[in-house]
Write a protein that binds this ligand. Structure first.
Ligand SMILES: [Zn+2]
Length: 394
């Protein structure tokens, strides 16, 4: 057999950092054979600087919004951001397709091997069918007025079936967010019994909680602007957004809660009650939070609670790049105590588990083909900097 052999200052296995210049051995296609000590590895070892890591898993993206790169103003708050997206997301198909192709290339160059991607329409399907990257397709539905629940569900189901035909095991129909899905629509989503992995945008801003706790705040401006008369059907619950919708969510084996910027201990406790039915995964998109709200999620709180954490880039509408390394740089900047090993764990095997692909990706374990990336430009203290680069080896 034709072997490939890689060594570097450190090898991150997906779980832990090996620091004795061990050697990663793969076959010619990149399927992991073993990790051995240098003295037992024989000849023809490719010796690199920095860290060798399995390919990254980007658990939250919206490929179809790639043409909005640099279009939406920064730090204006979530409601203004959503209104900008709604008014500017339409473009000619060619522009959208071209932007998606470029964005996908960027992810590949940045060492991303799998993506949890939100789709509101079928425009990204042709790009995904090229199979350059692994995608789990979250077909997203929204509609806050109970009167439009059936209509919205039926049209989302059409998109769902289009994706399902091409990617039978990589497609889910999911709710957008607590403030955009009615109880009736949640109910219809839950009627799809085959869902294994779900996703929902959660507690992205304090105004989101305010809307459910008091009925007041900026979200009223959202519904007014889009012409939705919520007074006829909406009463606030007095609870946080997550705690309000939690009773409406029950089926999937796993659910990704995306953002969690203002999630607190009380919310986490409420999840623990449901834990036996639902495995909850906290997906962090720190660069998007900084872009939209200029805030960061309480990652130390999540760690203290031993929560399952994964990373996402969100879309180019709310991020300057689609790069997990860039997310890590921001996390380390705001949480300097966070060990790199832990964040890399979120970026690799945790992400793979979240998307249900841990048998093939996320770690250097025998028989897997996780992709191999080389991270260089790291400081002695294991800090990644904006000058840090990733090279894709296999
Ligand atoms: Zn998103």
């Amino acid at each position: 057999m034709n072997y490939r052999k890689f060594s570097a200052d450190k090898i991150f296995t997906g779980y832990s950092m090996l620091e004795n210049q061990e050697v990663l051995i793969t076959d010619a296609e990149g399927v992991v054979v073993d990790i051995v000590e240098r003295e037992h590895a024989g000849d023809d070892i490719q010796i690199l600087n920095g860290i060798i890591s399995p390919g990254f898993i980007n658990c939250h993206c919206h490929l179809e919004l790639s043409h909005l790169k640099g279009v939406i103003p920064e730090k204006t708050g979530l409601v203004s951001f959503i209104l900008s997206i709604l008014s500017q997301r339409n473009a000619n198909e060619e522009t959208i397709l071209e932007a998606m192709e470029i964005a996908e290339k960027e992810m590949i160059n940045n060492g991303i091997v799998a993506v949890g991607d939100i789709s509101n329409n079928a425009l990204s399907l042709s790009q995904k069918q090229k199979n350059n990257l692994y995608y789990h397709n979250f077909i997203e539905v929204s509609g806050f007025s109970p009167a439009i629940a059936n209509l919205r569900f039926d049209s989302a189901k059409e998109v769902y079936h289009q994706f399902k035909n091409c990617f039978p095991n990589q497609t889910s129909l999911v709710p957008h967010a607590p403030y955009s899905v009615s109880k009736e629509l949640f109910h219809l989503i839950e009627s799809i019994k085959e869902t294994r992995i779900s996703s929902i945008h959660n507690q992205e801003t304090k105004e989101e909680n305010e809307f459910f706790q008091t009925g007041r705040g900026d979200f009223n401006r959202l519904y007014e602007t889009i012409g939705s008369d919520i007074k006829s059907f909406y009463t606030y619950s007095g609870k946080s957004s997550l705690q309000t919708v939690l009773p409406n969510i029950s089926i999937p084996e796993k659910i990704l809660l995306v953002h969690n910027t203002v999630t607190n201990q009380d919310d986490i406790n409420s999840l623990k009650v449901k834990e036996s039915r639902t495995k909850t995964i906290f997906c962090l998109c720190i660069n998007a939070n900084l872009y939209i709200e200029n805030s960061v999620p309480p990652i130390d709180l999540f760690m203290n609670n031993n929560l399952e954490i994964v990373l996402g880039t969100d879309s180019l509408a709310s991020n300057h790049s689609l790069s997990i390394v860039s997310e890590i740089v921001s996390i380390q900047k705001h949480f300097p105590e966070m060990p790199l090993e832990t964040i890399l764990n979120w970026s690799t095997i945790n992400g793979a588990k979240a998307l249900g692909i841990e048998n093939t990706k996320g770690s250097f374990e025998k028989g897997k083909k996780p992709g191999i990336v080389n991270i260089v430009g790291i400081t002695k203290e294991n800090t990644l900097t904006t000058k840090t680069a990733v090279r894709v080896l296999l």
